[in-house]
Ligand binder design. Structure first.
Ligand SMILES: C[S@@+](CC[C@H](N)C(=O)[O-])C[C@H]1O[C@@H](n2cnc3c(N)ncnc32)[C@H](O)[C@@H]1O
Length: 296
């Protein structure tokens, strides 16, 4: 397998835009070996068992690497992405789950364990996307149930697929998906559904003036990146939450948001100015502020 790994690395190294070729090569090999061999389930199996590729698998690996070098995200080619505890189906209908969003998932899961345990928990998520965040909560806490909004119908179809596979065929007993028909709709969509212990979102927050990689701009939907496509209000969803939190949050509840690290302090300031003094930033593994937690 070493020879194939090196061959794939050399294909990637010739394409200058590749940033983490080793990780991507491992993902291609894991994906292909898993289809072929039931013993290979994760990266550790791949390393310890070091399986031999056959010629069909080699050709397929090279075809995938060459396609990847045209700039198509590997996750779109393979149709999968790992996030937190599970593997998710992904496509171009919504954002590819990012490793940094695991900081948000982890912060919420730790908070639920500490403050709610197995007590019933009601949550609301704005911007369901592929479903990663709501799915992780539902899979981890059997007493959790909630609502999630999503404007893109194709993303809803993808999230339903992931929820059904990971949470179970009866997932609709535990989560209600709301489909606003206006991209400027915000947290008010949850208002007629009572109060929530947990509200969370990884909202579109890119500003049109931010530097953004060509690959992202070309292959990921702009509705998942920019709030109100074309407008210059990147804080739209944070501001919108501040208009509605008092009617949505239960006492003792918490809200968690992924935030752009460049504007994290400014957004925290807005929360404090709105009277939510018990707000703080949570850092990612590189030490950058990545998540805002507001407690009520
Ligand atoms: C940054 S993506 C996050 C997706 C997923 N939660 C994640 O963390 O990977 C934001 C999602 O919000 C959706 N969205 C955009 N505007 C929205 C709105 N007004 N209401 C609900 N969802 C919206 C987008 O279609 C996109 O799927």
């Amino acid at each position: 397998m070493q020879a194939l790994r090196e061959r794939l690395l050399s294909i990637f190294n010739e394409a200058l835009h590749q940033k983490s070729p080793e990780a991507e090569v491992d993902l291609i090999l894991l994906h292909l070996f898993r289809q072929k061999d039931r013993q290979i389930r994760n990266f550790s199996d791949l390393r310890t068992q070091n399986p031999d590729p056959d010629s069909i698998l080699e050709l397929e690996a090279i075809r995938i690497a060459e396609k990847r070098c045209t700039g198509i995200p590997l996750q779109h080619i393979l149709g999968i992405q790992f996030f937190y505890e599970h593997e998710y189906k992904v496509n171009d209908s919504t954002l590819i789950p990012r490793p940094e969003t695991e900081i948000l998932a982890d912060a919420m899961i730790q908070w639920i364990r500490l403050y709610k345990g197995n007590l019933p928990l009601r949550f609301a998520e704005l911007g369901l996307g592929s479903g990663i965040l709501s799915t992780e909560i539902l899979a981890e806490f059997k007493s959790a149930s909630g609502f999630a909004s999503e404007v893109a119908p194709a993303a809803i179809a993808l999230a339903r697929h992931n929820l059904e596979r990971i949470v179970g065929a009866d997932f609709e007993k535990r989560i209600t998906i709301l489909e606003p028909n206006d991209p400027r709709s915000g947290f008010e969509i949850f208002a007629r559904h009572g109060k929530f212990d947990l509200i969370f979102s990884n909202p579109p927050y890119v500003s049109i003036s931010d530097e953004i990689e060509d690959e992202v701009l070309k292959h990921e939907p702009h509705g998942a990146l920019f709030p109100e496509v074309g407008s210059d209000s990147p804080d739209f969803f944070y501001d919108n939450f501040l208009l509605h939190f008092s009617i949505l949050m239960s006492p003792g509840g918490s809200a968690f948001f992924e935030v752009p690290h460049e504007r994290a302090e400014e957004i925290l300031e807005k929360f404090k100015n709105a009277g939510i003094y018990n707000s703080k930033l949570i850092l990612d593994l590189t030490g950058r502020p990545r998540v805002l937690q507001a407690s009520f």
